[in-house]
Design a protein around this ligand. Sequence first.
Ligand code: A3P
Ligand code: MG
Ligand code: MG
Length: 378
Amino acid sequence: KRKAEKTEVAEHQNKPPHTSPSLPTEPALYSGPFPFYRRPSELGCFSLDTQRQYHGDARALRYYSPPPTNGPGPNFDLRDGYPDQYRPRDEEVREGLDHLLRWLLEHRGQLEGGPAWLAGAIVTWRGHLTKLLTTPYERQEGWQLAASRFQGTLYLSEVETPAARAQRLARPPLLRELMYMGYKFEQYMCADKPGSSPDPSGEVNTNVAFCSVLRGRLGSHPLLFSGEVDCTDPHTPSLQPPACYVELKTSKEMHSLGHWRNFYRHKLLKWWAQSFLLGVPNVVAGFRNPEGFVCSLKTFPTMEMFEYVRNDRDGWNPSVCMNFCAAFLSFAHSTVVQDDPRLVHLFSWEPGHPVTVSVHRDAPYAFLPTWYVEAMTS
Ligand code: A3P
Ligand code: MG
Ligand code: MG
């Protein structure tokens, strides 16, 4: 009798009745061949100014300007100006996809492939796709993605999880300073004009952003996505965007093989996912010492990052990342069937669990703004 009961419980757990489908995230399930990924091409761009106002041009684009290689080498004080010169963006403002939707509204008539292409596409931020790519290896932070289908197009917009919100509101001062330092590094490495030198005096205003809008495809899913770009390399004028873009990063100086191994396994995965999606060929890292000075730089070509973990049993695999992302997009595509901008399927994930779905209508989860829906309907 006991045995029979056990079996029944097990069967019940395997096939729970009346529950919505879920998507597993274990790396082993996604280790097939690398899926098709169309080299993303840039459709346009936009800029956000010091007040976070939208401009349909490249005014916020900066120019890669590293210190001369024959000189003394870098000695960047990343803490300089903190906190007086820090103008952090208001993270309470939930922008959702708004800036990208504004770009799309203003350019939908010029899209190659026309309205039919857009109707079959997925529209989202590159940063959301980055989180999907790293999900099979992520052990710390979960995520929530809200999805709505409207005129055929599937829109994906991240929702801050309660845990992430709590962490943000309780962000320790040291972490706040570390965030400033990442942006300060950009100021030392970028010029406002192609020929000029960086001006590291002045404010660090994180409202300012240059965003590239790209067209791509993963497997059978056409993508229209946008990502923030740190700078363009003026010494590669022949290269069209995104091939001329450079991603800047800071990281702790490393002093042992163990440190490097850890860096390859964790940080390089995030750097790869972010830059690979957008087609950024190089990530330039500034290594900071315990005093907060960057004294060395290293360029990591995006397409060579995997080599550092290829023979590491505890490393990551680009195929797993891309196959999982493709599987999630298919899962979302087949889950969100009803075409309704006020209907939201909320995809939730916590490390160690599968992706689950819940359904919501209107506030607080609906994210396609009325101005967008009305303009697209008329
Ligand atoms: P680092 O490059 O040193 O990480 P990005 O590298 O994507 O261009 O972001 C620029 C900086 O924004 C980062 O510098 C970091 O300071 C801050 N930042 C970006 N994402 C963050 C996150 N999830 N948490 C904390 N800070 C973040
Ligand atoms: Mg950036
Ligand atoms: Mg950066």
